[in-house]
Unconditional design. Sequence first.
Length: 214
Amino acid sequence: MKTPVTVTCSCGRFRATAHDIAANSGNHVVCYCDDCQLFQHHLGTADEVLDEHGGTHIFQISPAKFEPIRGHEQLACLRLRPGGLIRWYTRCCSTPLGNTLATPTVPFFGLIRTSTQTVDGGGDVEAATGPVLCGVYGTYANGRPDEFRVYDKAPLWLLLRFMRKMLRWRFRGDGKRSPFFDAGSGRLRVKPHVLREEELAAAIERREAPSKSG
Ligand SMILES: [Zn+2]
Ligand SMILES: [Zn+2]
């Protein structure tokens, strides 16, 4: 069953609907990579978003299925380093939203799971997205979960599954219906902030520090 998921930032100024969420409509993965962890440490949301092993729950969907409803002006993005992945969050309260590439020609949106997401009509977001397919970049994980397999990198079968879906979205023209890019120019709607050296260093320092939750 496909169901809409409401994505709200913690202060409530930004709201979006992720349409047609179902196990088959995307890829539910947990990413343990260094950069996904640093993104949360930079925003100050690591304790809330990262699981006990440092993983970020990501559901890769078509960007055309992510529809901002209010607070469009709160959409902000950053890169940890020049040329890196585009990581979206809200300007108002630094709620992480997800990631894209810097071009709409590889259309996908890696929606990041946060506690403020709700399934319309009730129910669990995990039930809507289906179980985790696998964990990736496990070399950066802090211990291993028992519930699903964790790979050191992204396994080939996952890349192929991603390619199949992404190409379908691309042929459908979903890249042009992405809320993150201007349909005409194909440029990012918001200029990404590239972290300054000291901002990145501060995020690394916070990751090294013992977490508040222990
Ligand atoms: Zn907010
Ligand atoms: Zn990652």
